[in-house]
Write a protein that binds this ligand. Sequence first.
Ligand code: ATP
Ligand code: MG
Length: 254
Amino acid sequence: MTKTVAFHLQKGGVGKTTISGTLACQSALDGKKTLIVDCDPQGNVSSWFLQEAPRYELADVLQGRCFVNDAIVEAPGMENLYILPTFGIGGTLKTYSETKLSEEPFVIQDLIKEVAENYDHVVMDLSPGLGMLERYALIASDEVITPMTSEVFSLDGLEIFIHELQKLRKNLRSNVRHDKIIINSFDTRIRQHRDIYQAALDSGNYKVYLIPVDPIFRKSQEAGKAPQLFKVHGRGMKDSTQIVFEELYKDIWK
Ligand SMILES: Nc1ncnc2c1ncn2[C@@H]1O[C@H](COP(=O)(O)OP(=O)(O)OP(=O)(O)O)[C@@H](O)[C@H]1O
Ligand SMILES: [Mg+2]
């Protein structure tokens, strides 16, 4: 059975899109047919990998305006990488989630179940917040991994997230696995970062991954490319970043 992984913390700007997009590239580069589902009304992961707005988006599928296979597009120049996109500008996912979604809490879960069997790996990028859209997307995933940054507010966010997941497990019968935390933009030289790392280790039974600050993310996002393949003046992804993604990929799917 295809395993679906989501990246989530309700806090904004912690690296959900960067990490989900990079992990999906890692999977595609390993020769696995990989689908990214863009569940964020901002549509960031779609605009990263798609230069042109496709005809249909996720919200069209959820509303029965097209078949899921009409909406999925192949990422140009990236073999094995497919996107079920969301349009950031003029998109309908936000409106849909605010008006219709409450009537059909399992619509995303049903869609993912239907589509996942055509792919080796599925990655979901979620929006910040813990509203209906994020909750119903979370119950569609087999595993959720929490990215955070080295700040006290992120730790508070993690505590809230863990609490909310417990409610999801109880109220929506979710079995979503949660045993991995990623501290993003980590700098081992900074004492506060080391303290947050220790606190994350102490917060439960989590494996904690550390991703360094790496300019390749922003540059490859601007260029619409996979960070693993992109080079500026001959310089690509840091070795330490590459190692974390290889480990994360192996731990999730191997
Ligand atoms: N390890 C990193 N090193 C350097 N820049 C990074 C790193 N991780 C993320 N960024 C940059 O930080 C910004 C925010 O990252 P990203 O969009 O992935 O966060 P997000 O959690 O998806 O945000 P949102 O909550 O709005 O969806 C982006 O410009 C991204 O390029
Ligand atoms: Mg994002």
